[in-house]
Write a protein that binds this ligand. Structure first.
Ligand code: GDP
Ligand code: MN
Length: 336
């Protein structure tokens, strides 16, 4: 057909409006990713998926933390991925390393005992630094002070689905303090004295325990023993004001005073999970069943309408939720 220039609509010279929502439409929240410079490829892969599947429409900031300074190469590889603000920070030395009061002979003996048991990261001090940092310090980092909610991301994880709503606002609107996608049982050998330490703390501070807690998620015998269930903390959407609050601060200080982050290998996952389950109301912990996620060999793939709406790339029949070793059912039973 003949092109009629006189009636053709004027060519728009307007720039495409930015897809980032107005700042006040966002919750007070950020992503947090702790990694090393040599994790760059995995960090880029995770950030790219998060941007594509969720953050492109929101522009939430990123805070990347490292116990060493990030290299320019690392920063350039990450900055190219998004227009959202990205802050690169270093962990203060005193928040990372094994404290001097820890008895290194005792700690070394603990590591060697665990190596003999064939436990993953058994002999690693840096892994213990990381677990202790994630348990008690990351939310005190100066770059995180402006924020209340965070979404923890790790290198080389997978986000399978579009997230068509704002999980941070969901947390805020529903007064949630902790959100997870995968829940499983811990290796007992990494935390032999954790539960007795928790029981001592609770005996000293019964006032911190919520009347509507999730103890039945943690214990099958009314609190006598720990059933090892926890939320997998490599994915967390949570409220840092809960970690910064009096109950958790006192709890962490008590755990720290026992030295179990180094004498044993207490993980931030059981530490966070036990605190959330005891000190928050059970309705403040949320299973994000609509968010598809994979870390190492475990994945949560949404099913049904969630899978369709999320255009998920995972197999909906391949989800850890109700398999052996999963604790999702135990969490759901709290609400029956
Ligand atoms: P896993 O998930 O328990 O197997 O432990 P990872 O090796 O994935 O470590 C958990 C998180 O901490 C990841 O985001 C890692 O990149 C980060 N991480 C672990 N160790 C170190 C470390 O020594 N330095 C830094 N900067 N990050 C670390
Ligand atoms: Mn990991």
């Amino acid at each position: 057909p003949e092109v009629r220039l006189d009636t053709a609509p004027p060519v728009s010279v307007e720039p495409t409006p930015p897809v980032v929502a107005e700042p006040n439409a966002r919750a007070n929240a950020t992503f947090v990713l702790l990694c090393r410079n040599n994790d760059v490829n995995g960090a880029v892969a995770s950030i790219q998926q998060m941007e594509d599947r969720f953050n492109r429409k929101h522009g939430y900031p990123w805070v990347l933390l490292n116990d060493e300074p990030f290299t320019d190469e690392f920063k350039n590889r990450v900055r190219i991925l998004t227009d959202a603000p990205i802050h690169f920070g270093q962990v203060p030395r005193e928040h990372w390393h094994q404290p001097d009061w820890v008895d290194e002979d005792h700690a070394k003996a603990g590591r060697e005992k665990m190596v003999a048991q064939g436990i993953i990261y058994a002999g690693s001090v840096s892994y213990r630094n990381m677990c202790r940092y994630n348990s008690g310090f990351f939310f005190h980092h100066e770059l995180l002070q402006p924020y209340r909610y965070y979404w923890r991301v790790e290198p080389d994880v997978k986000f399978f689905c579009d997230v068509n709503y704002d999980p941070f606002k969901f947390m805020q609107d529903n007064k949630k303090i902790y959100g997870y996608t995968i829940s499983l049982v811990e290796w007992e050998a990494t935390i032999p004295s954790l539960w007795s330490t928790v029981k001592e703390f609770v005996a000293k501070h019964p006032e911190y325990v919520s009347p509507d807690n999730s103890l039945a998620f943690l214990s099958d015998d009314g609190g006598n023993s720990y059933n090892l269930c926890h939320f997998w903390s490599n994915f967390e959407i949570a409220d840092m004001d809960f970690w910064r609050g009096e109950a958790y601060q006192k709890f962490f200080d008590y755990l720290e005073s026992k030295g179990g982050f180094y004498y044993e290998r207490w993980g931030d996952a059981p530490v966070h999970s036990i605190a959330a389950a005891l000190f928050a109301r059970k309705d403040q912990i949320h299973f994000f069943r609509d968010i598809g996620y994979r870390h190492d060999n475990f994945q949560h793939c949404p099913s049904g309408n969630d899978w369709v709406k999320g255009r998920c790339s995972c197999d909906p029949n391949d989800s850890f939720d109700y398999g052996p070793g999963s604790c999702v059912k135990k969490h759901e039973e709290l609400f029956l």
